[in-house]
Write a protein that binds this ligand. Sequence first.
Ligand SMILES: C=C(O[C@@H]1C=C(C(=O)O)C=C[C@H]1O)C(=O)O
Length: 105
Amino acid sequence: MSTETSIAPATATTDAPDTGARSPEAAGLITDARRRIDDLDGRIIGLVQERMAVSAVIQRERLTSGGRRVNLSREMEILAHYRDQLGKPGTALAMTLLELSRGQI
Ligand SMILES: C=C(O[C@@H]1C=C(C(=O)O)C=C[C@H]1O)C(=O)O
């Protein structure tokens, strides 16, 4: 009886079958790059949460002082900034960030 097992070799393609790659080299590159994207996404989410907290401080202070939660002229500046840097989708991103930060209006 053979002592060999039938476990598949640990190649990049078998380790990362969901990369869509057709070679071990491409699968390895994609797996590494996806780790970087996961790391970036984690940092982006952390920054969004930090932005929400800072925005909440401003909104609370303004409401407590008798002002309104929302300041549309400031929001226009933010929308323009994102559009200038990222194009039209930047506007949608900024709108999502504003909604996360101050709720729907
Ligand atoms: C944070 C503020 O309050 C609100 C929230 C904003 C934001 O999250 O960027 C922008 C304008 C306001 O509607 C602010 O006035 O700066």
